[in-house]
Design a protein around this ligand. Structure first.
Ligand code: ASP
Length: 331
C-alpha cells in the first residue's frame, strides 16, 4: 500500500474484549474468545490507512473484567509515550464490560489535548453484523477531528461520543449499550463527521499515583442487608469505601451506624445505585439519609456513579490527595 507521508500519526492499541473475539475453529458450543491482535482488527478497516499513519500495538488479549489498575497504568504509559513521540491521537480497543471504569481511570490521568478514544464491540468479530470495524472507523474519525481535542478520554460506541466521567454500559447485550445518563452523549458521528453539542470544558488531571497496593471497597446497599461485610472493610485493610446507596444516596439505619464508626478512619463515599441523577445533600432527615451521613463525615457522590467513585478514590489515595475528595465529586 502507498505510504502517505504527511498524514497525521494515529496510535492504536488493543487490549482484548469482544471486538477481538472469535469462535474457535472447532465450531459451536465453546463460545468466543479473545484472538484477534490489533493488526487483525485493523485489517477489517482498510480505510484507516488512508486517513492516518498508523502505529499499532497489541497490549493484551483479555476479557475486560480481567483488566486491572496495574495493567491500565502500563497502557497509560504506552499511550503517553505515543503522544510524546508525536501521535496526533490514541485509540484503545477493549471489552465493553469495564469500559466505563477504564475510560474514567485513564481520563483522570490523561494530561494532553490529544484525544484518547476508546471503543469496543457488542458483537464478536466472528458474528454476522459485528460492530467492531464500524466502531473502529468512527473512533478514528473522532480521534482525528480537531474538535475532539481538549476533551480528555472519549468513548466512541455506536456512532456516539461519550465523556469518560458520565458514560455507562446500561444494557448487557443490546447494540446500543452505552449511555451518559442525565446528560446524553457529548456528540455524534454523522456521515463520518464528528459533531459536539458543546465546546470542551475545563479539565483537571491527577499526577501518576505513587502508591498502588492500597484497596478501595465497593458495596451495594440493599433491602435487609446485614452489616457483616460492611464492618469487615476496616479489619480487612481497605483504605477507602464506596457505598452504592439507595435512591438519592441512602442506607439503612444499621448501615448508617457502622458508617459513623468507619468514616473517621477512612474516606467513605455514598453514591446512588439508581443509575442516574445526583445524590442529595439537604433533603432527607432520617437516619441513613444524606444529612445524617454527612454529619458523620461521609461524602456524598453527587453525580459520580459508584464504580467511578471507587476509581477516583483509589487514585486520590494513591496520589496522597484523599483530603481533596470533596472537590472532585461533581454536584
Ligand atoms: N462482553 C465483553 C465485551 O464487550 C467482554 C469484555 O468486556 O471483554 O467486550
Amino acid at each position: 500500500m502507498k505510504e502517505h507521508t504527511n498524514l497525521p500519526r494515529l496510535s492504536i492499541a488493543s487490549l482484548g474484549g469482544t471486538v477481538s473475539m472469535q469462535a474457535s475453529a472447532s465450531g459451536s458450543g465453546s463460545g468466543v474468545m479473545p484472538k484477534l491482535d490489533c493488526d487483525e482488527q485493523l485489517a477489517k478497516v482498510p480505510q484507516l490507512r488512508e486517513m492516518a499513519h498508523l502505529e499499532i500495538a497489541t497490549l493484551g488479549l483479555l476479557p475486560s473484567a480481567s483488566l486491572g489498575f496495574a495493567a491500565l497504568l502500563e497502557v497509560l504509559a504506552w499511550a503517553r509515550g505515543e503522544v510524546d513521540r508525536g501521535a496526533h491521537a490514541v485509540i484503545l480497543t477493549q471489552g465493553t464490560d469495564s469500559l466505563e471504569e477504564t475510560a474514567y481511570f485513564l481520563d483522570l490521568l490523561w494530561p494532553f489535548d490529544a484525544p484518547l478514544v476508546m471503543t469496543g464491540a457488542m458483537r464478536a468479530a466472528s458474528q454476522p453484523g459485528n460492530d467492531g470495524p464500524a466502531n473502529l472507523l468512527a473512533a478514528a474519525q473522532v480521534a482525528l477531528a480537531p474538535n475532539s481535542r481538549g476533551r480528555g478520554v472519549l468513548v466512541q460506541m455506536n456512532d456516539q461520543v461519550h465523556g469518560a466521567a458520565r458514560v455507562r454500559k446500561t444494557a448487557s447485550v443490546a447494540m446500543a449499550a452505552f449511555e451518559s445518563p442525565g446528560c446524553g452523549p457529548l456528540g455524534d458521528v454523522v456521515e463520518g463527521v464528528v459533531v459536539y453539542g458543546q465546546p470542551p470544558g475545563p479539565r483537571e488531571v491527577l499526577p501518576l499515583p505513587h502508591r498502588t497496593e492500597h484497596r478501595v471497597a465497593l458495596l451495594e446497599a440493599c433491602l435487609d442487608a446485614d452489616t457483616a461485610l460492611l464492618k469487615a472493610t476496616a479489619t480487612l485493610g481497605y483504605e477507602g469505601l464506596v457505598i452504592a446507596g439507595f435512591g438519592a444516596g441512602h442506607v439503612s439505619g444499621s448501615w448508617s451506624e457502622v458508617l459513623g464508626h468507619l468514616a473517621p478512619a477512612l474516606p467513605v463515599i455514598v453514591a446512588t445505585r439508581t443509575g442516574s441523577g445526583p445524590t442529595a445533600t439537604a433533603s432527607y432527615g432520617f437516619a441513613g439519609a444524606e444529612i445524617d451521613l454527612q454529619s458523620k463525615g461521609v461524602h456524598m457522590a453527587g453525580r459520580l456513579c459508584p464504580r467511578k467513585c471507587r476509581i477516583l478514590l483509589w487514585l486520590l489515595i494513591g496520589t496522597g490527595r484523599q483530603q481533596q475528595l470533596h472537590g472532585w465529586l461533581p454536584r
